[in-house]
Design a protein around this ligand. Structure first.
Ligand SMILES: Cc1ncc(COP(=O)(O)O)c(C=O)c1O
Length: 473
């Protein structure tokens, strides 16, 4: 006990034996103490599973926050990291080049295909989106288009946690927090497909949202607009929304007509998660100008993000002014070596094919589950990036009451049934409540079956609880 009466952690003994004090600990930062959903203390992770300090086993159903693409504890990644550290531990990209970055950029531009010949590495998704927009801004200035600065995005959407990326993200609960701290960024409605406004079909709503982009560009003046940034397959902000293909065709055309760059934020959807290296590969006729990766690229082993741009843009800039922005850990050799090992593993084990195959298998199983579980309103996504939207009534799509906080509660019932579930409410749940189903790309059929069995129990427990509390009839 410390002088002020608070519990102190036990720091004696080896690192692995550290026990947090029951009232919290020095790592308490995100309201872990006193929240209704306990955070298990994870002590071991392997494949698609994690074990806590009491030996309870969980399936990592959402790969953390859609990160652990190749599963946990792959020895090859540890070996690649150790080998890199003993060869070149650190090298500053502003001063020298190094082979780890060369190799990884080569792998990525091969997998991404023509149009992405130049790759810049950073430490995560927010940094990558910032670098991508800084690159476009600097490029626009270099060709005399100095007024291009607006970044249009969707409401809702998520592009990161720095001030700029929060401003680009579509979360209407952040108004007061961001007010005066950042420049507001114009938003168009996200092209939802499950809940479309009355008098709209999915197609007509896709067109409506694309029209909103055109109108917004016209209002701002095309010469003032730099980019339109979108998650091609949504993350937790939209629950793995896959826009109708007409939307993509229309926005590509609108961007082209107005000299606006199209940026795909593939932080969550890239690196093979949907069954292709970029989800953009599903719509080959509408290639984005810039693509951004993170999360699954380092697969949880290292912090790593990447910005993919065409040589036709990067090279003139490099010769003319040089791209001006970097971070201390830009193209960090250890992160690059780990990223390379993750991609090697992904290719050697055909994990993109597996994501497509298991994605279809799991989706089918979830659709079947929907028939027996009235809480499931929609199953959506692509490959192994999926979500389940929960409803009070399947037929009318009526939302669960806000006080049910279903997106939070399902996590609790997941824990009780051996599932780690990633969910987060955006926009106070006004667009619906969902959670992510996105296990590691290594998942097998048997493991999918086991996941669905546990999920059925968790949803059933949630439905019973809501009914008991009069929140579901
Ligand atoms: C689509 C998308 N973009 C950007 C980010 C931010 O990435 P990071 O948390 O690595 O900064 C995220 C993170 O969830 C994301 O899902």
């Amino acid at each position: 006990m410390s002088a002020d009466g608070t519990l102190e952690p036990n720091l004696s003994g080896p690192a692995g034996s550290y026990m947090p004090p029951s009232g919290g600990g020095p790592d308490v930062f995100f309201g872990r103490n006193g929240v209704s959903i306990p955070l298990p203390l994870i002590e071991r992770a392997e494949g698609i599973r994690m074990w806590d300090d009491s030996g309870v086993e969980y399936i990592d159903m959402s790969s953390g926050p859609i990160v652990s693409n190749i599963g946990h504890g792959v020895p090859e990644i540890g070996e690649a990291i150790a080998s890199q550290i003993s060869t070149v531990d650190f090298a500053c990209s502003r001063i020298v080049r190094h082979r780890a970055s060369l190799r990884l950029s080569d792998q990525i531009s091969r997998l991404a295909g023509p149009g992405y010949e130049r790759v810049c590495f950073v430490s995560g998704g927010s940094e990558a989106n910032e670098i991508a927009i800084k690159f476009l801004r600097q490029y626009a200035i270099s060709i005399g288009q100095t007024r291009r600065r607006h970044v249009i995005t969707c409401m809702p959407s998520y592009h990161g946690g720095t001030f700029s990326t929060l401003a680009w993200s579509g979360d209407n609960t952040l108004g007061d927090f961001l007010d005066g701290m950042v420049v507001d960024s114009p938003k168009i409605p996200a092209p939802f497909t499950y809940r479309v406004p009355e008098n709209h079909t999915v197609e007509s709503y896709a067109q409506h949202c694309a029209d909103a982009l055109r109108n917004t560009i016209n209002e701002l003046g095309a010469e003032n607009v730099l980019a339109f940034m979108i998650e091609p397959v949504g993350g937790v902000a939209t629950g793995a929304l896959v826009p109708h293909q007409n939307f993509f065709q229309a926005v590509r055309q609108i961007c082209d007509e107005n000299g606006v760059y199209l940026l795909f934020d593939e932080v969550m959807s890239g690196s093979g998660r949907t069954g292709k290296f970029l989800s953009a590969h599903y719509w080959p006729q509408i290639q984005p100008d810039v693509a951004v990766l993170a999360k699954g690229l380092g697969a949880g082993y290292v912090p790593l993000g990447a910005v993919l741009v065409p040589a036709a843009m990067a090279d003139p800039l490099a010769e003319h002014l040089g791209f001006d922005f970097s971070h201390t850990y830009t193209a960090n050799p250890v992160a690059c070596a780990a990223g390379s090992a993750v991609l090697d593993y992904t290719e050697q084990h055909n994990l993109m094919d597996n994501a497509m195959e298991m994605g279809a298998y799991l989706r089918n199983a979830l659709e079947l589950l929907k028939e027996s579980c009235p809480l499931i309103g929609d199953v959506r996504g692509l490959g192994l990036l999926m979500s389940l939207e929960m409803v009070a009534d399947q037929a009318t799509k009526k939302m669960l009451p806000a006080e049910a906080v279903a997106a939070d509660r399902i996590r609790m019932h997941g824990l009780n049934n051996g599932l780690l579930i990633y969910s987060r409410r955006t926009c106070r749940g006004e667009n619906g409540e969902w959670f992510m189903v996105a296990p590691p790309l290594t998942i097998s059929r048997d493991e999918c079956d086991e996941l669905v069995e546990r999920l059925a129990r968790a949803l059933n427990d949630l439905a019973e609880e809501l009914t008991r509390e009069g929140l579901l009839s």
